[in-house]
Design a protein around this ligand. Structure first.
Ligand SMILES: NC(=O)C1=CN([C@@H]2O[C@H](COP(=O)(O)OP(=O)(O)OC[C@H]3O[C@@H](n4cnc5c(N)ncnc54)[C@H](OP(=O)(O)O)[C@@H]3O)[C@@H](O)[C@H]2O)C=CC1
Ligand SMILES: O=C(O)[C@@H]1CCC=N1
Length: 270
């Protein structure tokens, strides 16, 4: 897949491009970026990463091997309309859009090999948790190439397309929940008198250390939690406060609302 065109070059496209360029996975000469109107963003991507601006849309789209759809779901129909007549019959499409099914893409761009990926913004530092689904037209060789492209921005796991709704809720949106958790804890620690920088550093290192423990240890999250929780100690008091506030139900509600929204987005823009 020599020529790659991003149709929609905003935050997610930038996170992927940043990850690729950091790892020198793809030659920036072969990566083109398009937006509907935001030329400033395209210029900034060109200046930062050396990716290409598109002078002649028709010509570039004709030669594209891989089209990456990375606009918001509300713009998917206008985005597909603007490229449908130009892209070659052999071009492969990779969509990172939340909720929008392959069926909608097949209707807009024709029956062709299509992959849907749900990455997250940690792609910027090569730490995305990406999940991937295909339609049945995707050849094994192309699957491997796409997996390799995505592996340079983090981990890749194959799922059924239907599972992408909950994946989107869990790991696509996940970084935002974690940042929100940090904001809340930092605010609380500062209210208890801790210096903001010290509070932030302690929370971030605690998160990083716990994530590494979960990765490196063969113990379950429950066992690791119990190892921290001394009977009658501080952790027990804290966990009890979370339980009394319905922590588990709150997170279940968060996941369900996000998953439901993913399903809604899929139906809104058919
Ligand atoms: N942000 C995230 O954490 C994640 C996002 N996603 C998915 O990635 C997609 C993009 O999200 P994000 O990067 O945050 O959004 P942004 O708004 O940052 O970027 C979307 C880009 O698409 C462009 N665009 C809009 N309409 C068209 C069009 N018709 N043709 C070409 N380009 C167009 C916009 O340009 P202009 O301003 O000119 O309209 C904009 O630059 C979404 O579908 C989202 O569901 C997936 C995983 C994580
Ligand atoms: O909020 C959104 O809709 C997108 C999809 C996953 C993360 N951001």
């Amino acid at each position: 897949m020599k020529t790659i065109v991003f149709v929609g070059a905003g935050s997610m496209a930038q996170a992927i491009i940043h990850g690729w360029m950091k790892e020198a996975t793809v030659d920036p000469e072969n990566v083109y970026v398009m937006n509907k109107s935001d030329q400033e963003k395209l210029t900034s991507l060109n200046e930062t990463y050396g990716v290409q601006l598109v002078d002649d849309e028709k010509e570039i789209l004709k030669t594209a091997d891989l089209i990456i759809l990375a606009m918001k779901p509300k713009d998917v129909q206008s985005g597909m309309q603007s490229i449908a007549t130009y892209i070659s019959s052999t071009a492969i499409v990779l969509s990172v859009l939340a909720g929008v099914p392959m069926d909608t893409i097949e209707k807009g761009l024709g029956i062709r090999p299509i992959a849907r990926c749900m990455p997250n913004t940690s792609a910027t530092i090569g730490m995305s948790a990406s999940a991937l689904a295909w339609n049945e037209l995707m050849e094994d060789e192309d699957k491997q190439e796409i997996i390799q492209l995505l592996k340079t921005i983090g981990s890749v796991i194959e799922v059924a397309e239907e599972e992408l709704h909950v994946v989107t809720a869990l790991s696509g949106s996940g970084p935002a929940y974690v940042y929100y958790f940090v904001e809340a804890f930092e605010q609380a620690a500062v209210a208890s008198g801790l210096n903001p920088k010290i509070a932030r550093d302690l929370i971030v290192q605690t998160l990083a250390g716990s994530a590494e423990m979960l990765k490196q240890s063969d113990k379950s999250p429950t066992t690791l939690r119990m190892q921290v929780t001394s009977p009658g100690g501080t952790t027990e008091a804290g966990i009890q406060a979370l339980q009394q506030s319905g922590f588990v139900e709150i997170l279940a509600g968060c996941l369900k609302e996000a998953e439901t929204r993913s399903r809604e987005l899929g139906k809104l823009y058919v």
